[in-house]
Every structure is written in structure tokens, then in C-alpha cells.
Write a protein that binds this ligand. Structure first.
Ligand SMILES: N[C@@H](CCC(=O)N[C@@H](CS)C(=O)NCC(=O)O)C(=O)O
Length: 292
């Protein structure tokens, strides 16, 4: 178990907004992540945690600084865990073209199988297994988890819930890359991380997983039914038609019997202004399952 090094701790809505650094075994580098602990966790209670996965170009700080999630999370008694978006450091290979849509800041939350990426780019196992193990051992968390995210992080959250039945009590996404195998961002990233397109890509594609009959199952303790998925998508998002494909996700969910609510938010774009506008609905969606 790696040690957590506390980098900062700021009082926020009666709770505590922190940054930690630790050595991530899955990624072979040191990683910084954010945690918000609600007041209840500072008063001796153990609380559930919502894991938030950010999008392309983000660090652990975009969500903590721009979404405004802490106020409602404090009231509900939810912790927020906010990892970075890729492995980092001079030893970690980056996009050979030096662009922002792959590599550092854009790890795509998969476990890479192809050289030279495979030894560091294991963000899926990091987010699903190593990070929860570390934070739940060190902080007042009760092991109840849910997952959400934005864009690349929305893809990561959906895939995590679909691939790990029983691990999460709720799942949601903002403007997810809902079918990476059919969009330029995803094709570039999966091509590097997994190799040429084949069956394997569909294991990392939320729409492909649903089409193969994989549902986002809840925990046996919580009744074991498929989790209702909440998706918000702005209609003025410049990436909607080329990169995101939420309708394909909704169609695959309907065909598979996976409950999914796709809310098209008129006039909203791809930014954190959209996330800030609807984050309270997502926090309540998660709290209902985590606290019930
Ligand atoms: N090149 C733009 C486009 C990438 C983009 O829109 N990233 C989204 C996620 S896919 C984001 O969250 N950007 C950071 C922010 O808005 O704080 C950027 O650098 O932000």
C-alpha cells in the first residue's frame, strides 16, 4: 500500500478539499489526486464516495475548481475522489504528435496492451481498483462507490460500470465519448493503446459493451438490478456530432434493456459551465443510491 502525501487542505463548505500524491503501481509513476471530504467525514462518520473522471486536457483540479460540486456534496454527506487523467512524468510516453487529445492529460481510462504504452497507461485498473483501495484504507470512506465523468471521463465512467458488475451503486456522465471506436478521438487513442482495430476495442466502448449484452449491474447488497444511467448532453456542444454519439449509446441501452436517461440540454456547450449547471442533479442521483 503506497503512502498518501498530503499536498494541500482547504476548508470548503464545512468540509475539506484536499490534494494528495502517491506512487501508483499500476501506472509506474507518482500521481496527484483530489479528495473532498464532507463535514460528516470530519465529524467521525464514514461516508460513500463518488469517483469523478475528467476529460481531455484536465488534471485532478478542473472538477474541484470549476464544477461547484462541493456545496451539495457537503449537504448530502458524499465524498468526491478526483483522479488525474493520465499517467505523468518524463518517463511516461506522450503523444508522438504532441497534441492534446492523446497521451499526457488524455489516458482514456483503458488498460493499454500495446508497446510503448502498456507499462504506464493502465488508467482503468488505477481508477477502478488501486485508487479506491488506497483512499478507502486511508480516509473515512465506507466502501460504497459510484462513478461519473465528463467527455473522455464519461466514457471511462460508463465502461467502468459496465465492466464491473456490483462495484458501483450509481453511474452518470456528462457529454461522454459514448462510442470511442467510432470517433476520431477514440480511434486515435485506442489505436495507440490497444493496437489495430479488432474485437478488443469493443471491450472499451460503452456502446459496444451494451450491444454485447453487458449491463451496468448494481451491487447484490443494493438489490442487484441494473443501475439507471443518467447522461446530460448539451445541444450546442461543438463535439456532439463528430466525437460523442450519445444517441448510439441510448439506442444500444434500449435494445439491451439497460435503463438510461439521456437529457439533451438546450443551448449548453461542452464546458464546465454545463457541468456546473447540472451537477446537483447528478449528485442527487448518486446520493439516492449511495445513501439508501
Ligand atoms: N482544447 C480544448 C478542448 C478540450 C476540451 O474541451 N476538454 C474538456 C474535456 S473533453 C475540458 O474539460 N477542458 C478543460 C476545462 O474546460 O477546464 C481544451 O484545451 O480545453
Amino acid at each position: 500500500m503506497s503512502q498518501l502525501e498530503l499536498l494541500s487542505d482547504s476548508r470548503c463548505f464545512g468540509g475539506s478539499q484536499r490534494r494528495y500524491r502517491h506512487q501508483a503501481r499500476e501506472l509506474g509513476c507518482s500521481m496527484v489526486f483530489g479528495v473532498f471530504l464532507p463535514p460528516a467525514a470530519l465529524d467521525g462518520e464514514v461516508v460513500p464516495a463518488l469517483y469523478w473522471l475528467s476529460g481531455l486536457t484536465c488534471t485532478d483540479e478542473n472538477f474541484s475548481q470549476k464544477a461547484g460540486a462541493q456545496r451539495r456534496a457537503a449537504e448530502l454527506g458524499l465524498a468526491l475522489v478526483m483522479p488525474d487523467t493520465s499517467p505523468r512524468g518524463a518517463a511516461v510516453p506522450d503523444d508522438p504528435e504532441g497534441s492534446w487529445d492523446f497521451g499526457h492529460g488524455a489516458g482514456f481510462y483503458v488498460d493499454a496492451g500495446a508497446a510503448p504504452w502498456a507499462s504506464h497507461y493502465r488508467m482503468h485498473s488505477y481508477v477502478v481498483e488501486e485508487l479506491p483501495r488506497c483512499v478507502e484504507a486511508a480516509l473515512p470512506l465506507n466502501g460504497r462507490r459510484s462513478i461519473s465523468g465528463h467527455s473522455m471521463g464519461g466514457h471511462g465512467a460508463l465502461v467502468a460500470a459496465l465492466r464491473h458488475p456490483g462495484r458501483y451503486r450509481a453511474v452518470s456522465a456528462f457529454a461522454p465519448i459514448a462510442s470511442p471506436s467510432r470517433c476520431p478521438w477514440g480511434q486515435k487513442a485506442l489505436g495507440h493503446l490497444l493496437g489495430p482495430e479488432d474485437e478488443g476495442w469493443q471491450q472499451w466502448d460503452a456502446t459496444g459493451l451494451l450491444a454485447a449484452g453487458r449491463l451496468a449491474w448494481g451491487s447484490a447488497e443494493a438489490g442487484g438490478a441494473p443501475l439507471p444511467i443518467l447522461v446530460d448532453q448539451g445541444t450546442a456542444d461543438p463535439f456532439l456530432d463528430t466525437q460523442l454519439h450519445p444517441q448510439a449509446l441510448a439506442a444500444a441501452a434500449a435494445a439491451a434493456g439497460q435503463p438510461l436517461t439521456l437529457r439533451l440540454q438546450e443551448g449548453y456547450d461542452h464546458s464546465y459551465f454545463c457541468i456546473a449547471s447540472f451537477i446537483d442533479d447528478h449528485l442527487e442521483h448518486h446520493a439516492q443510491a449511495l445513501l439508501g
